[in-house]
Ligand binder design. Structure first.
Ligand code: EPZ
Length: 420
Protein backbone atom coordinates (compact mmCIF):
# COMPACT_ATOMS: atom_id res chain seq x y z
CA UNK A 1 0.00 0.00 0.00
CA UNK A 2 1.54 3.38 -0.91
CA UNK A 3 -1.12 5.95 0.03
CA UNK A 4 -4.04 6.70 2.32
CA UNK A 5 -7.25 8.35 1.08
CA UNK A 6 -8.95 10.23 3.92
CA UNK A 7 -12.28 12.07 3.81
CA UNK A 8 -12.93 14.74 6.40
CA UNK A 9 -14.01 16.37 8.54
CA UNK A 10 -14.76 13.35 10.71
CA UNK A 11 -17.60 14.46 12.97
CA UNK A 12 -18.22 11.13 14.68
CA UNK A 13 -14.72 10.23 15.85
CA UNK A 14 -14.42 8.56 19.25
CA UNK A 15 -14.55 5.39 21.31
CA UNK A 16 -11.87 3.01 22.55
CA UNK A 17 -8.46 2.21 21.07
CA UNK A 18 -6.07 -0.52 22.25
CA UNK A 19 -2.45 0.66 22.33
CA UNK A 20 0.10 -1.79 20.86
CA UNK A 21 3.55 -2.70 22.12
CA UNK A 22 6.21 -0.02 21.79
CA UNK A 23 8.36 0.03 18.62
CA UNK A 24 11.15 1.85 20.47
CA UNK A 25 11.12 -0.69 23.30
CA UNK A 26 10.76 -3.78 21.09
CA UNK A 27 13.69 -3.01 18.76
CA UNK A 28 16.43 -2.74 21.46
CA UNK A 29 15.02 -5.76 23.34
CA UNK A 30 15.03 -7.89 20.16
CA UNK A 31 18.69 -6.96 19.56
CA UNK A 32 19.66 -7.54 23.20
CA UNK A 33 18.22 -11.08 23.11
CA UNK A 34 21.34 -11.99 21.06
CA UNK A 35 23.43 -11.63 24.23
CA UNK A 36 22.50 -15.20 25.19
CA UNK A 37 22.73 -18.44 23.23
CA UNK A 38 19.56 -19.54 25.07
CA UNK A 39 16.10 -18.81 23.68
CA UNK A 40 14.30 -15.64 24.77
CA UNK A 41 10.54 -15.14 24.45
CA UNK A 42 9.06 -11.66 23.89
CA UNK A 43 5.38 -10.76 24.26
CA UNK A 44 3.47 -7.74 22.92
CA UNK A 45 5.96 -7.16 20.09
CA UNK A 46 4.08 -4.95 17.59
CA UNK A 47 3.69 -6.15 13.99
CA UNK A 48 5.47 -3.33 12.14
CA UNK A 49 7.78 -3.07 9.16
CA UNK A 50 10.54 -2.01 11.58
CA UNK A 51 10.16 -5.08 13.80
CA UNK A 52 9.97 -7.23 10.65
CA UNK A 53 13.20 -5.63 9.42
CA UNK A 54 14.88 -6.28 12.79
CA UNK A 55 13.76 -9.91 12.56
CA UNK A 56 15.38 -10.16 9.10
CA UNK A 57 18.59 -8.63 10.47
CA UNK A 58 18.65 -11.20 13.29
CA UNK A 59 18.09 -14.01 10.75
CA UNK A 60 20.85 -12.60 8.50
CA UNK A 61 23.28 -13.10 11.41
CA UNK A 62 22.41 -16.80 11.38
CA UNK A 63 20.24 -16.58 14.51
CA UNK A 64 16.76 -18.04 14.93
CA UNK A 65 13.60 -15.96 15.26
CA UNK A 66 9.93 -16.81 14.82
CA UNK A 67 6.52 -15.65 16.02
CA UNK A 68 4.41 -18.50 17.52
CA UNK A 69 0.68 -19.05 17.11
CA UNK A 70 -0.13 -16.78 20.03
CA UNK A 71 2.07 -13.95 18.66
CA UNK A 72 5.03 -14.34 21.01
CA UNK A 73 8.44 -13.79 19.38
CA UNK A 74 11.11 -16.46 20.06
CA UNK A 75 14.76 -15.51 19.51
CA UNK A 76 17.72 -17.86 19.87
CA UNK A 77 21.31 -16.92 19.08
CA UNK A 78 22.95 -20.31 19.53
CA UNK A 79 25.49 -19.44 16.82
CA UNK A 80 29.22 -19.75 17.62
CA UNK A 81 29.82 -16.58 15.63
CA UNK A 82 27.51 -14.36 13.51
CA UNK A 83 27.54 -14.48 9.71
CA UNK A 84 29.77 -11.79 8.24
CA UNK A 85 28.06 -10.90 4.97
CA UNK A 86 25.35 -8.47 6.08
CA UNK A 87 22.76 -6.87 3.83
CA UNK A 88 23.43 -3.14 3.40
CA UNK A 89 19.84 -2.39 2.35
CA UNK A 90 18.37 -4.16 5.39
CA UNK A 91 20.58 -2.30 7.86
CA UNK A 92 20.09 1.03 6.11
CA UNK A 93 16.31 0.83 6.55
CA UNK A 94 16.28 1.53 10.25
CA UNK A 95 18.23 3.42 12.87
CA UNK A 96 17.89 0.60 15.40
CA UNK A 97 20.12 -1.70 13.32
CA UNK A 98 23.01 -0.01 15.16
CA UNK A 99 21.83 -1.83 18.30
CA UNK A 100 23.08 -5.12 16.86
CA UNK A 101 26.65 -3.96 17.62
CA UNK A 102 26.39 -4.37 21.39
CA UNK A 103 25.44 -8.06 21.66
CA UNK A 104 27.79 -9.12 18.83
CA UNK A 105 30.72 -7.17 20.29
CA UNK A 106 30.04 -8.36 23.84
CA UNK A 107 29.49 -12.03 22.97
CA UNK A 108 31.74 -12.63 19.95
CA UNK A 109 34.44 -10.00 20.48
CA UNK A 110 33.78 -8.20 17.21
CA UNK A 111 31.06 -6.70 15.05
CA UNK A 112 31.03 -5.13 11.59
CA UNK A 113 27.75 -3.74 10.32
CA UNK A 114 26.58 -1.43 7.50
CA UNK A 115 25.97 2.11 8.80
CA UNK A 116 22.39 2.47 10.11
CA UNK A 117 19.58 4.44 8.40
CA UNK A 118 16.15 5.48 9.63
CA UNK A 119 14.04 8.64 9.54
CA UNK A 120 15.77 11.53 7.75
CA UNK A 121 15.30 13.91 10.68
CA UNK A 122 18.91 14.89 11.06
CA UNK A 123 22.52 13.74 10.61
CA UNK A 124 22.08 11.13 13.37
CA UNK A 125 25.75 10.47 14.05
CA UNK A 126 26.84 7.42 16.06
CA UNK A 127 29.92 8.92 17.75
CA UNK A 128 28.53 8.48 21.29
CA UNK A 129 27.88 4.78 20.68
CA UNK A 130 31.45 4.28 19.42
CA UNK A 131 33.01 6.35 22.22
CA UNK A 132 31.28 4.07 24.72
CA UNK A 133 32.55 0.91 23.04
CA UNK A 134 36.07 2.38 22.81
CA UNK A 135 35.99 3.28 26.53
CA UNK A 136 35.30 -0.42 27.21
CA UNK A 137 38.38 -1.40 25.20
CA UNK A 138 37.03 -1.92 21.68
CA UNK A 139 39.07 -0.88 18.64
CA UNK A 140 36.81 1.08 16.24
CA UNK A 141 37.12 1.24 12.44
CA UNK A 142 34.85 3.00 9.95
CA UNK A 143 34.94 2.97 6.17
CA UNK A 144 33.22 1.84 2.98
CA UNK A 145 29.83 2.44 4.64
CA UNK A 146 30.58 0.01 7.45
CA UNK A 147 31.40 0.43 11.13
CA UNK A 148 33.48 -2.15 13.02
CA UNK A 149 34.29 -2.68 16.69
CA UNK A 150 36.64 -5.39 17.98
CA UNK A 151 37.73 -6.40 21.48
CA UNK A 152 39.51 -9.73 21.14
CA UNK A 153 40.22 -9.92 24.88
CA UNK A 154 36.64 -8.97 25.74
CA UNK A 155 35.21 -5.68 27.01
CA UNK A 156 36.32 -4.09 30.27
CA UNK A 157 34.16 -2.07 32.66
CA UNK A 158 34.64 1.69 32.20
CA UNK A 159 33.49 5.10 33.41
CA UNK A 160 31.55 6.77 30.58
CA UNK A 161 30.09 10.26 30.42
CA UNK A 162 27.71 10.86 27.49
CA UNK A 163 28.05 14.32 25.92
CA UNK A 164 24.32 14.05 25.19
CA UNK A 165 21.72 11.72 26.80
CA UNK A 166 21.38 9.71 23.59
CA UNK A 167 18.72 6.98 23.79
CA UNK A 168 20.43 4.64 21.34
CA UNK A 169 23.92 5.15 22.75
CA UNK A 170 22.61 4.48 26.27
CA UNK A 171 20.93 1.28 25.07
CA UNK A 172 23.98 0.07 23.13
CA UNK A 173 26.47 0.77 25.95
CA UNK A 174 24.19 -0.65 28.67
CA UNK A 175 23.68 -3.84 26.64
CA UNK A 176 27.39 -4.34 25.87
CA UNK A 177 28.43 -3.63 29.49
CA UNK A 178 26.32 -6.59 30.74
CA UNK A 179 29.10 -9.01 29.63
CA UNK A 180 32.09 -6.72 30.27
CA UNK A 181 34.73 -7.68 32.84
CA UNK A 182 34.09 -5.29 35.73
CA UNK A 183 31.75 -2.40 36.48
CA UNK A 184 30.63 0.20 33.92
CA UNK A 185 29.06 3.52 34.94
CA UNK A 186 27.25 5.66 32.39
CA UNK A 187 26.64 9.27 33.43
CA UNK A 188 24.32 11.68 31.61
CA UNK A 189 22.50 8.58 30.38
CA UNK A 190 19.09 8.81 28.68
CA UNK A 191 16.16 8.13 31.05
CA UNK A 192 13.41 7.28 28.56
CA UNK A 193 10.93 4.59 29.70
CA UNK A 194 12.16 2.33 26.89
CA UNK A 195 15.58 2.23 28.62
CA UNK A 196 13.91 0.94 31.79
CA UNK A 197 12.04 -1.66 29.75
CA UNK A 198 15.31 -2.85 28.19
CA UNK A 199 17.03 -2.98 31.60
CA UNK A 200 14.14 -5.03 32.99
CA UNK A 201 14.57 -7.55 30.16
CA UNK A 202 18.37 -7.69 30.61
CA UNK A 203 18.15 -8.10 34.39
CA UNK A 204 15.66 -10.91 33.74
CA UNK A 205 18.45 -12.58 31.72
CA UNK A 206 20.79 -12.36 34.74
CA UNK A 207 22.36 -8.98 34.07
CA UNK A 208 23.16 -6.61 36.93
CA UNK A 209 21.93 -3.13 35.94
CA UNK A 210 21.08 -0.39 38.42
CA UNK A 211 19.73 3.11 37.83
CA UNK A 212 17.78 2.55 34.59
CA UNK A 213 15.44 5.49 34.05
CA UNK A 214 17.82 7.87 35.84
CA UNK A 215 20.80 9.76 34.39
CA UNK A 216 23.34 7.38 35.96
CA UNK A 217 23.59 3.66 35.18
CA UNK A 218 25.80 1.16 37.00
CA UNK A 219 26.26 -2.16 35.19
CA UNK A 220 28.23 -4.97 36.84
CA UNK A 221 29.41 -7.38 34.14
CA UNK A 222 28.66 -11.13 34.41
CA UNK A 223 30.27 -14.04 32.47
CA UNK A 224 27.10 -15.08 30.64
CA UNK A 225 23.37 -14.46 30.43
CA UNK A 226 20.54 -17.00 30.19
CA UNK A 227 17.47 -16.53 27.98
CA UNK A 228 14.80 -14.05 29.07
CA UNK A 229 11.03 -13.71 28.95
CA UNK A 230 9.58 -10.21 28.66
CA UNK A 231 6.42 -8.32 27.81
CA UNK A 232 7.23 -5.21 25.76
CA UNK A 233 5.83 -2.01 27.30
CA UNK A 234 3.01 -0.15 25.55
CA UNK A 235 3.80 2.45 22.93
CA UNK A 236 3.53 5.86 24.63
CA UNK A 237 4.04 7.61 21.27
CA UNK A 238 1.21 5.70 19.61
CA UNK A 239 -1.01 6.62 22.59
CA UNK A 240 0.00 10.28 22.30
CA UNK A 241 -0.67 10.18 18.56
CA UNK A 242 -4.27 9.01 19.09
CA UNK A 243 -4.87 11.48 21.94
CA UNK A 244 -3.65 14.52 19.96
CA UNK A 245 -5.63 13.32 16.93
CA UNK A 246 -8.87 13.07 19.01
CA UNK A 247 -8.17 16.45 20.63
CA UNK A 248 -7.96 18.05 17.16
CA UNK A 249 -11.36 16.55 16.30
CA UNK A 250 -13.00 17.74 19.52
CA UNK A 251 -13.69 14.07 20.22
CA UNK A 252 -13.83 11.77 23.25
CA UNK A 253 -11.29 8.94 23.21
CA UNK A 254 -10.35 6.17 25.64
CA UNK A 255 -6.83 4.85 24.99
CA UNK A 256 -6.37 1.52 26.77
CA UNK A 257 -3.50 -0.81 27.71
CA UNK A 258 -0.87 1.85 28.33
CA UNK A 259 1.50 3.11 31.06
CA UNK A 260 -0.11 6.43 32.09
CA UNK A 261 3.02 7.72 33.88
CA UNK A 262 5.04 7.74 30.64
CA UNK A 263 2.62 10.26 29.13
CA UNK A 264 2.91 12.92 31.86
CA UNK A 265 4.76 15.41 29.59
CA UNK A 266 1.94 15.26 27.00
CA UNK A 267 -0.88 15.27 29.59
CA UNK A 268 0.59 18.39 31.19
CA UNK A 269 0.46 20.19 27.83
CA UNK A 270 -3.06 18.96 27.00
CA UNK A 271 -4.18 20.28 30.41
CA UNK A 272 -2.59 23.64 29.59
CA UNK A 273 -4.66 23.62 26.38
CA UNK A 274 -7.83 23.31 28.46
CA UNK A 275 -8.40 19.63 27.70
CA UNK A 276 -9.72 17.33 30.42
CA UNK A 277 -9.24 13.59 30.84
CA UNK A 278 -9.71 10.81 33.29
CA UNK A 279 -6.85 8.38 33.99
CA UNK A 280 -6.93 4.88 35.45
CA UNK A 281 -4.42 2.08 36.03
CA UNK A 282 -3.89 1.48 32.30
CA UNK A 283 -6.08 3.94 30.41
CA UNK A 284 -6.55 7.61 29.61
CA UNK A 285 -9.99 8.91 28.64
CA UNK A 286 -9.99 12.27 26.88
CA UNK A 287 -13.14 14.38 27.21
CA UNK A 288 -14.47 16.27 24.15
CA UNK A 289 -13.32 19.90 23.80
CA UNK A 290 -14.55 22.02 20.88
CA UNK A 291 -11.44 24.19 20.42
CA UNK A 292 -8.40 23.78 22.71
CA UNK A 293 -6.22 26.80 23.46
CA UNK A 294 -2.85 27.10 21.71
CA UNK A 295 0.34 26.54 23.78
CA UNK A 296 4.12 26.62 23.37
CA UNK A 297 6.06 23.35 23.12
CA UNK A 298 9.80 22.71 23.47
CA UNK A 299 11.09 19.18 22.86
CA UNK A 300 13.63 17.83 25.37
CA UNK A 301 15.05 14.48 26.48
CA UNK A 302 12.71 12.57 28.82
CA UNK A 303 10.96 13.62 31.03
CA UNK A 304 10.71 16.71 28.81
CA UNK A 305 8.20 16.91 25.96
CA UNK A 306 8.97 14.04 23.54
CA UNK A 307 10.32 14.94 20.11
CA UNK A 308 8.35 11.96 18.77
CA UNK A 309 5.10 13.79 19.57
CA UNK A 310 6.22 17.16 18.15
CA UNK A 311 4.70 16.78 14.68
CA UNK A 312 1.41 15.38 15.97
CA UNK A 313 1.04 18.20 18.50
CA UNK A 314 1.82 20.74 15.80
CA UNK A 315 -1.00 19.26 13.71
CA UNK A 316 -3.28 19.80 16.73
CA UNK A 317 -2.06 23.41 17.13
CA UNK A 318 -2.97 24.27 13.50
CA UNK A 319 -6.68 24.63 14.47
CA UNK A 320 -6.36 25.67 18.13
CA UNK A 321 -7.56 29.01 19.52
CA UNK A 322 -4.64 31.43 19.36
CA UNK A 323 -0.97 31.20 18.35
CA UNK A 324 1.46 28.47 19.43
CA UNK A 325 5.21 27.99 19.17
CA UNK A 326 7.12 24.73 18.75
CA UNK A 327 10.87 24.54 19.40
CA UNK A 328 12.59 21.31 18.31
CA UNK A 329 15.86 20.81 20.20
CA UNK A 330 16.63 17.11 19.57
CA UNK A 331 16.91 16.88 15.77
CA UNK A 332 18.03 19.49 13.28
CA UNK A 333 15.61 18.48 10.50
CA UNK A 334 12.32 17.51 12.07
CA UNK A 335 10.01 20.12 10.49
CA UNK A 336 9.39 18.39 7.15
CA UNK A 337 5.67 18.06 7.99
CA UNK A 338 5.29 21.87 7.97
CA UNK A 339 5.12 22.47 4.18
CA UNK A 340 2.69 19.56 3.94
CA UNK A 341 0.46 21.00 6.71
CA UNK A 342 0.57 24.39 4.95
CA UNK A 343 -0.73 22.72 1.77
CA UNK A 344 -3.79 21.92 3.90
CA UNK A 345 -4.26 25.57 4.88
CA UNK A 346 -2.24 25.66 8.09
CA UNK A 347 -0.57 29.00 8.96
CA UNK A 348 2.97 28.10 10.07
CA UNK A 349 6.19 30.10 9.82
CA UNK A 350 9.64 28.84 10.83
CA UNK A 351 12.77 30.52 12.09
CA UNK A 352 15.62 28.03 12.66
CA UNK A 353 14.41 25.34 15.06
CA UNK A 354 11.29 27.31 16.01
CA UNK A 355 7.88 27.11 14.32
CA UNK A 356 5.12 29.70 14.88
CA UNK A 357 1.60 28.37 14.37
CA UNK A 358 -1.42 30.67 13.96
CA UNK A 359 -4.59 28.72 14.74
CA UNK A 360 -7.06 28.66 11.82
CA UNK A 361 -10.75 27.68 11.89
CA UNK A 362 -10.51 24.92 9.28
CA UNK A 363 -8.00 22.96 7.25
CA UNK A 364 -8.78 21.82 3.72
CA UNK A 365 -8.06 18.41 2.22
CA UNK A 366 -5.02 18.18 -0.10
CA UNK A 367 -2.47 15.78 -1.64
CA UNK A 368 0.51 15.54 0.74
CA UNK A 369 3.38 13.17 1.44
CA UNK A 370 4.70 11.49 4.55
CA UNK A 371 8.41 12.33 4.94
CA UNK A 372 9.02 10.37 8.15
CA UNK A 373 7.12 8.27 10.62
CA UNK A 374 5.75 10.92 12.96
CA UNK A 375 5.30 13.57 10.24
CA UNK A 376 3.11 11.06 8.41
CA UNK A 377 0.99 10.44 11.51
CA UNK A 378 0.58 14.21 11.92
CA UNK A 379 -0.74 14.49 8.35
CA UNK A 380 -3.27 11.73 9.00
CA UNK A 381 -4.58 13.63 12.05
CA UNK A 382 -4.76 16.85 10.01
CA UNK A 383 -6.59 15.11 7.13
CA UNK A 384 -9.20 13.63 9.48
CA UNK A 385 -10.25 17.14 10.56
CA UNK A 386 -9.80 18.86 7.17
CA UNK A 387 -12.70 19.74 4.85
CA UNK A 388 -12.78 17.34 1.91
CA UNK A 389 -10.55 14.56 0.60
CA UNK A 390 -6.86 14.20 1.34
CA UNK A 391 -4.35 11.80 -0.23
CA UNK A 392 -1.26 10.97 1.83
CA UNK A 393 1.55 9.47 -0.23
CA UNK A 394 4.57 7.40 0.90
CA UNK A 395 2.71 5.81 3.80
CA UNK A 396 5.42 3.16 4.19
CA UNK A 397 7.02 5.65 6.57
CA UNK A 398 3.91 5.48 8.79
CA UNK A 399 3.66 1.69 8.65
CA UNK A 400 7.15 1.46 10.16
CA UNK A 401 5.78 2.42 13.56
CA UNK A 402 1.97 2.17 13.78
CA UNK A 403 0.38 -1.28 14.00
CA UNK A 404 -2.95 -1.55 12.10
CA UNK A 405 -3.16 2.24 11.91
CA UNK A 406 -5.97 2.62 9.31
CA UNK A 407 -7.97 -0.20 10.95
CA UNK A 408 -7.73 1.43 14.39
CA UNK A 409 -8.73 4.83 12.97
CA UNK A 410 -11.68 3.30 11.05
CA UNK A 411 -12.89 1.60 14.24
CA UNK A 412 -12.97 5.08 15.81
CA UNK A 413 -15.02 6.49 12.94
CA UNK A 414 -12.27 7.78 10.63
CA UNK A 415 -12.89 7.54 6.87
CA UNK A 416 -9.45 6.26 5.80
CA UNK A 417 -8.53 3.73 3.12
CA UNK A 418 -5.10 2.40 2.21
CA UNK A 419 -4.63 1.99 -1.57
CA UNK A 420 -1.72 1.08 -3.85
C1 EPZ B 1 15.62 7.17 19.50
O1 EPZ B 1 16.45 7.51 18.40
C2 EPZ B 1 14.26 6.84 18.90
N1 EPZ B 1 14.38 5.72 17.99
C3 EPZ B 1 13.72 8.06 18.15
O2 EPZ B 1 12.40 7.74 17.70
C4 EPZ B 1 13.62 9.24 19.11
O3 EPZ B 1 13.21 10.38 18.41
C5 EPZ B 1 15.00 9.48 19.76
O4 EPZ B 1 15.46 8.29 20.40
C6 EPZ B 1 14.94 10.59 20.80
O5 EPZ B 1 14.02 10.28 21.80
C7 EPZ B 1 14.42 4.46 18.50
O6 EPZ B 1 14.39 4.26 19.70
C8 EPZ B 1 14.52 3.35 17.50
P1 EPZ B 1 19.23 9.77 20.16
P2 EPZ B 1 18.05 7.69 18.62
O7 EPZ B 1 20.47 8.99 20.01
O8 EPZ B 1 18.53 6.71 19.61
C9 EPZ B 1 22.38 12.98 18.77
C10 EPZ B 1 10.64 7.53 16.19
O9 EPZ B 1 9.97 8.41 15.63
N2 EPZ B 1 23.37 11.87 18.81
O10 EPZ B 1 18.66 10.01 21.53
O11 EPZ B 1 18.68 7.73 17.29
C11 EPZ B 1 21.40 12.83 17.62
O12 EPZ B 1 21.96 13.36 16.43
C12 EPZ B 1 12.14 7.68 16.29
O13 EPZ B 1 10.16 6.50 16.74
C13 EPZ B 1 24.71 12.17 18.60
O14 EPZ B 1 25.08 13.33 18.41
O15 EPZ B 1 18.08 9.15 19.26
C14 EPZ B 1 20.21 13.61 18.07
O16 EPZ B 1 20.41 14.98 17.80
C15 EPZ B 1 12.67 8.87 15.53
N3 EPZ B 1 25.62 11.16 18.60
C16 EPZ B 1 20.20 13.40 19.59
O17 EPZ B 1 21.51 12.91 19.91
C17 EPZ B 1 25.24 9.86 18.81
O18 EPZ B 1 26.12 8.96 18.83
C18 EPZ B 1 19.18 12.39 20.06
O19 EPZ B 1 19.45 11.18 19.42
C19 EPZ B 1 23.88 9.57 19.01
C20 EPZ B 1 22.95 10.60 19.01
Amino acid sequence: MSKYIINGPCRSFGGKVNISGSKNAALPVMAAALLSEDESVLYNVPRLSDTAAMAKIIESLGCGIYRDGKGAVHISASVRRPKKSLDYYLFSRLRASILIMAPCLARFGRTRIPMPGGCKIGARPIDLHLKGFAAMGAKIKQGHGFVEAAAKNGLKGAKIYLDFPSVGATENIMTAACLADGVTTVENAAGEPEIEDLAEFLNGMGAKIEGAGSDTLVITGVPRLHGGSHRIMSDRIEAGTFLTCAAGLGAQLRAENLEVGCLKPLLAKLTEMGLEFETGRDYIELKPCARPAAVDIKTLPYPGFPTDLQAQTMALLTTCDGNGMVVETLFENRFSHIPELCRMGAEIKTEGNAAFIEGVKRLTGAEVKATDLRAGAALVAAALKADGMSVIHDIEHIERGYENFPEKLRSLGGDITAVD
